[in-house]
Design a protein around this ligand. Structure first.
Ligand code: NAD
Length: 249
């Protein structure tokens, strides 16, 4: 068991085919107590019920600081601590630069980047008291190669911002034995594209992937497990690519 009795919080984990839900399943199999955070309490509860008896749902909008603080207070009240945070909540929009409205910009950057900051601010004081913890942030290959897959430039910017924020926090909190790393997935088959990713688009993308398949949510969950667990105990400020070789540099 790589996460025996560790209290693990995963944001955006209610989506049935999503990376977060798959991660919740894997972490639970590895012995973790799993808090499934998502916008809707009922959906979070349903996801938790399907994951297992050590999982529970907590309503949380990561763009709202009070909501993040309240969610983590509820986790700590119930479990006494928080060992792992997976910042997974995210949304995307397939827009071109000149079409991005102020509202589009706020929607996309708020969930990924502001949400990451607020969730880290909520868990870090507890991890400092414990003198330990692991935070993993879900960036994207879009941050590294300038989009070009599905999300617009504002999505690339939000995901690139997450890498910078994560590295800066890794420096700041390493002394408290808190590790902060990022994962950069390529194209992973989930519902995030809202059915707008056509078969034609998938075929074209496939020709750019050396491993010759699109990613599965489990591929990213496995990377999260490595970074959440003590297997990666000497890693912080790192970025782990999970992209089938789509971007090699
Ligand atoms: P998904 O749409 O299946 O899941 C995203 C979840 O985030 C949903 O459950 C949604 O309800 C939740 N969410 C949205 N706004 C929220 C908010 N304000 N507060 C709390 N929860 C919120 O998507 P996914 O593909 O599983 O994506 C998970 C993460 O991986 C995202 O950050 C995404 O940007 C990133 N990512 C995905 C891909 C991909 O190809 N699927 C590639 C690179 C990165």
């Amino acid at each position: 068991m790589l996460l025996g009795d560790k209290v693990c919080v995963i944001t955006g984990a209610a989506s049935p085919k999503g990376i977060g839900k798959n991660t919740a399943n894997l972490f639970h199999q590895q012995g973790a107590i799993v808090a499934i955070l998502d916008l809707n309490q009922q959906q979070a509860d349903e996801a938790a019920a399907s994951v297992g008896e050590r999982a529970f749902g907590v309503a949380c909008d990561v763009t709202d600081k009070n909501s993040c603080d309240n969610a983590i207070a509820a986790v700590v009240e119930r479990c006494g601590r928080v060992d792992v945070l997976i910042n997974n909540a995210g949304i995307t929009q397939p827009l071109k630069t000149l079409d991005i409205t102020p509202q589009n910009y706020e929607q996309v950057t708020d969930v990924s980047l502001r949400g990451m900051l607020y969730m880290c601010q909520a868990v870090l004081p507890h991890m400092q008291k414990q003198q330990g913890g692991s935070i993993v942030n879900t960036s994207s290959v879009s941050a590294q190669r300038g989009g070009g897959i599905f999300g617009g430039p504002h999505y690339s910017a939000a995901k690139a911002g997450m890498l910078g924020l994560g590295k800066a926090m890794a420096r700041e909190f390493g002394g408290a034995n808190i590790r902060i790393n990022s994962v950069t997935p390529g194209l992973i088959l989930t519902d995030i594209t809202g059915g707008k990713l056509t078969d034609d688009m998938k075929e074209k993308i496939l020709t750019t992937i050396p491993l010759n398949r699109l990613g599965a949510a489990e591929d990213v969950a496995n990377a999260f497990l490595f970074l959440a667990s003590d297997l990666s105990s000497y890693m912080t400020g790192a970025t782990l690519d999970v992209n089938g070789g789509m971007h090699i540099y």
